[in-house]
Design a binder for this molecule. Structure first.
Ligand SMILES: [Zn+2]
Length: 162
């Protein structure tokens, strides 16, 4: 499958897209401590739907991994360690999707900087992963699970082909 296909009109420009990095960096993988932080958004409906679909199609992945990179500790939603493919299912509000991510009118002095920090952290984490040879897939929670499945299949196919 050709990954460029996923930059189609179904997808937001920077989302549902694939970010490629150079192979060869070493991101050390360590099991995440079983300590649920308060603001952790885990096992949301859209993420579960994608995981179920991936599993049904025979993909095997990890979901409880914190990747310890040199510049950041990153915890993707779904991780394919063998292929170094990391998937994030981003919430529309927290990650400010172009369709549903409208800035809250009330308390905007509070939310504005908070959401901006989120955006910067997303960018930083993506860049950090790519620098360590990971392929990063980000999809929105409003995307159909099929979008994620296709992006994952394309990313793994590409790495397999190297
Ligand atoms: Zn959305």
């Amino acid at each position: 499958m050709n990954p460029r296909k996923y930059g189609s009109s179904r997808l937001r420009s920077s989302y549902g897209s694939i970010v490629h990095g150079d192979v060869g960096g070493q991101g050390r993988v360590s099991p995440r401590r079983r300590n649920m932080q308060a603001n952790r958004r885990r096992d949301t409906g859209p993420e579960l739907a994608l995981r179920s679909l991936l599993h049904a199609k025979g993909f095997r992945y990890r979901t409880d991994l914190r990747l310890e990179l040199s510049g950041a500790k990153v915890r993707p939603d779904i991780v394919f360690t063998r292929w170094k493919v990391a998937v994030f299912v981003d919430g529309c509000f927290w990650h400010q999707c172009p369709l549903h991510g409208t800035n809250p009118k009330t308390n905007s002095s509070y939310w504005g900087p908070k959401l901006e920090r989120n955006r910067q952290r997303d960018e930083r984490n993506t860049a950090e992963l790519v620098a360590h040879g990971w392929t990063v897939i980000r999809i929105w929670e409003h995307d159909e699970p099929l979008v994620g499945l296709e992006a994952v299949a394309a990313a793994i196919d590409e790495k397999r082909g190297r």
